[in-house]
Ligand binder design. Structure first.
Ligand code: 5GP
Ligand code: MN
Length: 344
């Protein structure tokens, strides 16, 4: 029904909604759909709940992203209230779109989920698969299921490729499968400039990003007993004049590079009096008992830090002070001794 409606001749009003502080996968998937639905002649808007990292501003179509703010509130509300379909992209938890969630009280729009996080709640149409490496995989499948792969041009391919690259750590996480590479191959056939994409994602860091990384690495603490590392950045470490959204991206992953470490945690106090943002990265399968496979990273984030995420990457928040949040973490980590010892 959805496909025939969208593939039909009737123009639909469509809103694309990635999560707040959208990452490469959320933005790449949303922008790909923006171009795709335009090709199908729909009236489509891409609304980001917040600003996004400067490192994605080169993405094709990024100039057309409407960023939600006090300034655009009435416009965003009007678009959501009047839309036929709203696509929830790369998230399934309404807390990740901030105040925008309130506008759905007034909207009859059908809700379509395209996402790879576990435990989706009710949507009218769901394209949900937590086993895939990126939401971009699901966008590719979505277009393929509509028999429209020929509509993927270089711009759409570039956006989807960015989603694949960023959510798989450049095709190296265990979530990568032959399908991920199959899709990457199909996208490359559309003429992506791989060198250009890599250069813009990885080699255009600003000064503040490297300075924050160096501060975080200096403060890195290793707890060998629990095969865990953690680090933090406090508000006074952040140079307000230089800091840009997304500058702490990737910090958590560094800790996992240490031999024998399977769990890396990063506490970030972006601003004073704001909740602490916490990122988690792990290796392998944490399990309560040896040889029992159990997904845990997002469970850990959800149980202790009001968060969620995936098997090996998750995030959450804490309303405590930075030092209290770290102390709380250090108190709970011994409970996971078995999981950490027998991981991988
Ligand atoms: P990051 O550490 O890069 O901020 O987040 C890693 C992953 O964890 C994200 O892709 C997202 O799936 C999830 N995540 C991060 N922060 C939150 C949060 O506050 N709530 C929930 N439910 N998931 C989060
Ligand atoms: Mn994703």
């Amino acid at each position: 029904m959805l496909f025939s409606n969208i593939n039909g001749i009737n123009k639909k009003k469509i809103v694309l909604l990635p999560h707040n502080k959208p990452d490469g996968d959320a933005l790449g998937s949303s922008l790909a759909l923006l171009f795709y639905f335009r090709k199908l002649k729909h009236d489509v808007d891409l609304i980001s709940p917040t600003e996004y990292s400067e490192s994605f501003q080169w993405l094709p179509g990024s100039k057309d992203i409407l960023v939600f703010s006090k300034h655009t509130e009435s416009l965003v509300k009007r678009k959501i209230v009047n839309s036929d379909y709203v696509f929830f992209i790369d998230f399934n938890n309404l807390s990740r779109i901030n105040n925008i969630k309130d506008f759905f009280l007034y909207s009859k729009a059908k809700k379509v989920l395209i996402d790879h996080h576990p435990f989706p709640f009710y949507f009218d149409f769901m394209f949900s698969d937590p086993t895939v490496a990126a939401t971009s995989v699901l966008v590719f499948r979505f277009i393929s299921n509509m028999n429209n792969l020929d509509k993927i041009d270089q711009e759409i391919a570039t956006c989807l490729y960015v989603g694949l690259m960023t959510d798989t750590g450049f095709f190296r996480f265990p979530s990568v499968t032959s399908e991920t590479h199959f899709i990457a191959g199909k996208l490359i056939e559309k003429g992506i400039n791989i060198d250009y994409v890599y250069d813009h994602l990885q080699e255009k860091y600003n000064e503040s990003r490297l300075k924050l990384l160096s501060k975080a690495l200096k403060k890195l603490k290793i707890i060998q007993k629990y095969r865990t590392v953690y680090t933090s950045i406090k508000a006074s470490d952040v140079n307000k004049n230089l800091y840009k959204q997304g500058d702490t991206e990737g910090i958590t992953t560094y800790g996992l590079g240490i031999k024998n470490i399977v769990f890396s945690v990063f506490f970030f106090e972006e601003k004073e009096k704001h909740p602490i943002k916490i990122s988690f990265r792990s290796k392998g399968n944490f399990s309560k008992f040896p040889f029992v496979r159990r997904i845990l990273m997002y469970m850990f984030a959800r149980k202790h830090f009001c968060g969620g995420g995936h098997k090996n990457a998750a995030g959450g928040i804490s309303e405590k002070s930075l030092s209290e949040a770290i102390e709380y973490f250090l108190n709970i980590i011994p409970n996971y001794y078995n999981n950490l010892m027998f991981s991988i």
